[in-house]
Each structure stands twice: as structure tokens, then as C-alpha cells.
Design a protein. Sequence first.
Lengths: 115, 112
Amino acid sequence: SAVISQKPSRDICQRGTSLTIQCQVDSQVTMMFWYRQQPGQSLTLIATANQGSEATYESGFVIDKFPISRPNLTFSTLTVSNMSPEDSSIYLCSVGKTGTLGEQYFGPGTRLTVT
Amino acid sequence: SQQGEEDPQALSIQEGENATMNCSYKTSINNLQWYRQNSGRGLVHLILIRSNEREKHSGRLRVTLDTSKKSSSLLITASRAADTASYFCATVTSGGYQKVTFGTGTKLQVIP
């Protein structure tokens, strides 16, 4: 199994600022995923991050707002830029379980509050 | 957009009772998975059922899948207070990489 850590675990930020969330995996993985979970809601996929290529963004999410880095096979960052209160959510990273049919391991999440 | 709609949205039962959650989805799938989330933290994978399977068991969990009705159910037998969590179904569609799309979730409360 993969162990995933995220930093920070929570933060309170002012509108207009940016926050970078880090995701570290204890093994090398090809694909990493970033999700947003708004209060009381389900998970929505923001983007898929592959090492060595540009991230693939889902409809409704753009690189200028959510730039992603994937410098190696165990690490990724998601930046939430120019934040507004609507960005208050839990942000989760996950990785695919090797050799499975799409099962994922999740990090503990980053709880972001924008004031 | 969510692929799966779950009902009920919330469920409260006594410890020892069974809990049943239902999930309906819209498009053809490769497989369907169920995840648990405790108090807004990371999700934990519970069970996966392939599109050519009808029923699967894992401990106190039983999952059924009806592809003709595009629906699935998760049964937790002999519930415990520790089962209190939100449960999400998630579908994986065929083709390309295996993108996982999550349903709306059921919030389960098990009262000791």
C-alpha cells in the first residue's frame, strides 16, 4: 500500500493570496490526482498530474487558478491562486494503486479556509 | 459532474442494525468502488466490484451491482459505532486512464 502525506493539514488564508499544498508519496507512482471537496459535498477531480508532462485539467478548472507541479515520481504540489472564500474546501491528493482497476489511495487532505 | 447519486443522503441507525446505501449512475462503467471518509479526512477504499460481477463480499460488507439498472448497493451488517462515516460510491469508466468519479455520498451515523 502507498502512504501519502500532505502539507499543510489546514490553513486559514486571506482572499487574494495563494497557497501551495504539497503531496508526498512513499513510493514511485505514475499518476497523481488532485481533488476538491467543498463543505458537505462530494469529491471533484481538479486535475491529473503525470511526471514529466503538463497536468490534465478537468472541465471548470484552469491552470492559472490551480497550477500543479510534478517534479518527480513521489511528489506533487497544487497551488490555489488568488483565493476567494469560494475556494474554502478540503483538497485531497491521491494515487492509483498499481495493478488495479482504478483503486486509489488518498492523502489525509488539506482543509483550507479563505477569509 | 457527479456520476453517482446516492441515497439516502443521511442515515442514522442503532448499533447492531444493518445499514444499506444505494448508488445510481448514468453511463457504462468498468467497475464501481465504495470508499469511506471519516470526519472530512482522506478516503479509504472499501471494496471494488467489476461490471461483470453481481455481488461481492468483504467481511461485514456486501456490495451488489445491477448494470441493467445502473445501480449498486452497499450493505454493512451488524453496524458498529466505528462505522460512523460518509460513504461514497465511485465509478470507473472504460477507455484511457482509469478516471474515478465520485457520487454524492451517504452520511451514516451509528448510535451506540
